[in-house]
Design a protein around this ligand. Structure first.
Ligand SMILES: NC(=O)c1ccc[n+]([C@@H]2O[C@H](COP(=O)([O-])OP(=O)(O)OC[C@H]3O[C@@H](n4cnc5c(N)ncnc54)[C@H](O)[C@@H]3O)[C@@H](O)[C@H]2O)c1
Ligand SMILES: O=C(O)C(=O)C[C@]1(C(=O)O)C=C[C@@H](O)C=C1
Length: 290
């Protein structure tokens, strides 16, 4: 029975997980630790956690007796916490994460949480989020109707506690889907990381071009409509999260960016040819299925 949960990283996803647990009637304790006191206070204030852990040492001690530890920090910090916690966690405990890339985390899990003496590590990734981080924006319903991707090592049977954690994910309204980790990262480069980089590039280009010219900037702000808002929404995303995505999924993200560069070049070279129509027909076909 899952009774004690520790959430490390009480920002948007960590705090939303705490709120989703409470909304699903989890009655055990939820302790939280975050490098930022502001985020911890906000998570306590909105009820995502009920106990504050004040230091790394106190957090490691709390993890020793936790049923489930959830790592909800940026990807490279997830790897750091895995190294810190592997020696203190035991069989019967579950450690999981919510990081946006999975290959490095799954490889580390295979090394650090192997054998009968180890806790279960379930690499996870909810496909739901927002362009702005922080506990203040956390929502109990964030994971409703979302996919919750998992990349467990293939050769093992799910432990009882892993199965119980998966049933909580279902109670959040999400659906788990197991994928191989490299496949996950390649897919997410296309469906998540490329759209993020495209939006970042567009917003940065507009800021660079018009940001220092108050009159032009005011014009852009006044006339830009839904198209501009939607296409630049992800431009508000924090570098703190995306730096680690870029560092831990560099080759797949670079490959999708190169494909997009070539596509844009093709459009630029065909603005006055019937090829442009073919591009629009292909794009229309993609949207018909969404
Ligand atoms: N935002 C999204 O859309 C989204 C969706 C799914 C998964 N994720 C993944 O979830 C994780 C958290 O993202 P988020 O959106 O909640 O970001 P966030 O910035 O809202 O929260 C991350 C928190 O981690 C804390 N932190 C950073 N390093 C730490 C460390 N070493 N120890 C303790 N705390 C530390 C920060 O202070 C921050 O409060 C990331 O791995 C991200 O890739 C994000
Ligand atoms: O901000 C959003 O709209 C998101 O959905 C965020 C989004 C995504 O690309 O789907 C971004 C990264 C995460 O790893 C998962 C979710």
């Amino acid at each position: 029975m899952i009774q004690r949960i520790v959430i490390i990283g009480t920002g948007l996803i960590g705090a939303s997980t705490g709120l989703a647990l409470r909304a699903a009637k989890f009655t055990g304790t939820i302790a939280g630790f975050d490098a930022s006191g502001t985020e911890l206070a906000a998570a306590l204030e909105n009820g995502a956690i009920d106990t504050v852990l004040h230091s790394r040492a106190e957090t490691i001690t709390a993890c020793e007796s936790a049923s489930v530890v959830i790592l909800a920090v940026p990807v490279l910090a997830i790897l750091d916490w895995m190294h810190l916690l592997a020696p203190v966690l035991k069989p019967g405990q579950l450690i999981t994460d919510v990081g946006s890339t999975k290959l490095q985390i799954t490889d580390a899990a295979t090394r650090l949480f192997a054998g009968v003496q180890a806790a279960t590590f379930l690499p996870g990734h909810p496909m739901a989020g927002k362009e702005s981080g922080g506990a203040a924006l956390a929502e109990a319903t964030l994971f409703h109707n979302a996919m919750w991707l998992c990349t467990p090592p293939t050769e093992r049977e799910p432990s009882a506690i892993e199965q119980e954690w998966r049933s909580w994910i279902a109670k959040f309204g999400a659906r788990t889907l197991d994928l191989e980790a490299a496949h996950h990262d390649e897919l997410c480069a296309w469906v998540s990381h490329l759209p993020q980089m495209l939006s970042t590039a567009l917003a940065a280009l507009l800021e660079d071009t018009f940001g220092n010219d108050p009159a032009r900037r005011a014009e852009i702000d006044a006339i830009g409509g839904r198209a501009l808002r939607e296409m630049t929404r992800l431009g508000a995303s924090p570098y703190s999260m995306w730096r680690d995505v870029a560092l831990s999924n560099t080759d797949p993200v670079a490959a999708t960016l190169l494909a997009l560069e070539q596509r844009l070049q093709h459009i630029r070279e065909n603005l006055k040819t019937p090829e442009l129509r073919e591009e629009f027909l292909l794009a229309n076909k993609f949207r018909e299925r969404r």
